[in-house]
Design a protein around this ligand. Structure first.
Ligand code: NDP
Length: 471
């Protein structure tokens, strides 16, 4: 018989995804631009399930049941366009192309619209969890039409990670919704890692603790409400000793963080939507700053005086990490909600928390709470307004302030902690100095302002007798 589904692009991600499909009993056709990868996959893993190797795209398409479903796992950008064009020419109305790469959601929207004109379904799908996830169960965020999900859903849900028996795969929404949510997922991952890094830095530089002891602290945290993959692997990395030098591994790594760009995309889109995602933005900027070796070497100094560190530092940092993390997620979910409104995606926010509970890098027990919050109140104005998170953050706030104060006094940069606290304090403030900003704008540019005590727009004649007029 014919194959149920196909994968083209058999580098790390594609070959692992194909193996995952085969292991779940789906007969999978496999193809790669250069045949060597296809051959190697079938030779090494052919016994894991039913593979149908194809030398050309035409052979691949011909080997499939209808409606045909081809997952592409090639380099994002130009290569993806080339592969999509080639496949589309070989396909018939009703067939589906699933892009599992890290595409920008705007590219996905463009491709979906173009293929729809030809009667084809284009399903931009976020896949998280790296190579390990692709093989053993990733978190999957499919966009595209509801019609395409009827065919694809059962396959994608079967190969996805499972938590409490539920698949970490839900139809996110039409066209670019899946890739948008994957992008924000990556942005939150940046924020999460930045907050973890700040926690380590403070415990080490202000608290005077060695990496091995900090590893123990993270291990302990991983059995509480911070339980998550990233906290777990932080203990692993901090506990690791470099074989060559006998030094803590973290001390022999060059401290210049790299980035592939999805964090930057998240912040760029947040700016377009007018949503403050300060946690993600600070994380992206902190990575950029770390890479500015020239500036850092010009300014390096170690002259900071010792500071008084509270005895409660470890517990305080735990509280600050938790609260800042709540803020980062609140901001990320705000961004998803805003995009969902802007593009008519009708995204179920609670379901997004469900998808991320397993298979992906930001998997965490905490996501259950986010799901509960949105199940209880689907139109929650902010995660911070949910009863559970509101009291969790209120309980943490004194410790959080002590952490930021200590860091500032000790000269340890905590842009994640401090910007998250500023965001929280701003939302809680009854009056913000935005009133003064409006006054200034009216003064220099006659931009007008609204008043607290009556409707309408007003302007003060600043250059004349300062009477107020209706604008
Ligand atoms: P790469 O991004 O390194 O892409 C390599 C694959 O793309 C090869 O199969 C290559 O074929 C193919 N390719 C490149 N250019 C072309 C072209 N012009 N025409 C046809 N095929 C082409 O592979 P990965 O497996 O790392 O990632 C695949 C996708 O998944 C990417 O979009 C990536 O961003 C995304 N992703 C990756 C994750 C990861 O952890 N690596 C996690 C989640 C998503 P050939 O062998 O012939 O060179």
């Amino acid at each position: 018989g014919k194959a149920r589904i196909a994968v083209t692009g058999l580098a790390t991600m594609g070959s692992n995804l194909a193996r995952n499909l085969a292991r779940h009993g789906f007969k999978v056709a496999v193809h790669n631009r250069s045949y060597a990868r296809t051959k190697a996959l079938v030779e090494q893993h052919g016994h894991e399930g039913e593979f149908v190797p194809a030398e050309t795209a035409a052979e691949l398409v011909a080997s499939l049941q209808r409606p045909r479903q081809v997952i592409i796992m090639v380099k994002a950008g130009g290569p993806a366009d080339a592969v999509i064009d080639e496949l589309a020419d070989l396909m018939e109305p009703g067939d589906m192309i699933i892009d599992g790469g890290n595409a920008h959601f705007a590219d996905t929207r463009r491709r979906e619209a173009a293929l729809k004109e030809r009667g084809l379904h284009f399903v931009g799908t976020g896949i998280s969890g790296g190579e390990e996830g692709a093989l053993n169960g990733p978190s999957i965020m499919p966009g595209g039409s509801a019609e395409s999900y009827k065919h694809l859903g059962p396959v994608l849900e079967a190969i996805s990670a499972k938590v409490d028996g539920e698949p970490c795969c839900v139809h996110v929404g039409p066209d670019g919704a899946g890739h948008f949510v994957k992008m924000v997922h990556n942005g939150i991952e940046y924020a999460d890692m930045q907050l973890i890094a700040e926690s380590y830095d403070l415990l080490r530089r202000a608290g005077g603790m060695e990496p091995a002891r900090i590893a123990d602290v993270f291990r302990t945290w991983n059995s509480g409400d911070l339980e998550s993959y990233l906290v777990e692997i932080t203990a692993e990395v901090l506990g690791h000793v470099d074989a060559a030098t006998g030094k803590p591994f973290v001390d022999v790594i060059a401290d210049q963080a790299e980035q592939k760009g999805t964090g930057r995309w998240t912040v760029q889109e947040a700016l377009e939507l007018g949503i403050p995602v300060t946690g993600i933005a600070e994380a992206v900027f902190a990575r950029s700053l770390s890479a500015r070796v020239d500036q850092r070497s010009a300014l390096t100094s170690t002259s900071d005086a010792p500071v008084q560190v509270p005895d409660t530092l470890v517990d305080d940092v735990r509280a600050a990490l938790y609260a800042s993390k709540v803020v980062a997620y609140a901001q990320g979910f705000d961004q998803i909600r805003a995009a969902s409104e802007q593009y008519d995606w009708d995204i179920d926010l609670g379901a997004m928390a469900t998808i991320w509970r397993g298979g992906c890098i930001i998997r965490a027990v905490f996501l259950n709470r986010i799901r509960e919050a949105y199940e209880k109140t689907p139109d929650l104005p902010s995660l911070l307004a949910d009863d559970y998170f509101r009291s969790a953050v209120e309980n943490a706030v004194d410790a959080w302030r002590r952490v930021v104060t200590t860091a500032v006094a000790a000269g340890v940069p905590v842009p994640g902690f401090s910007s998250a606290l500023a965001y929280y304090d701003a939302l809680r403030s009854e009056r913000l100095p935005a009133a003064l900003i409006q006054g200034l704008r009216d003064f220099f540019g006659a931009h007008t302002y609204r008043r607290v005590d009556k409707d309408g727009a007003f302007h003060t004649l600043w250059g004349a007798d300062r009477t107020e007029i209706d604008a």
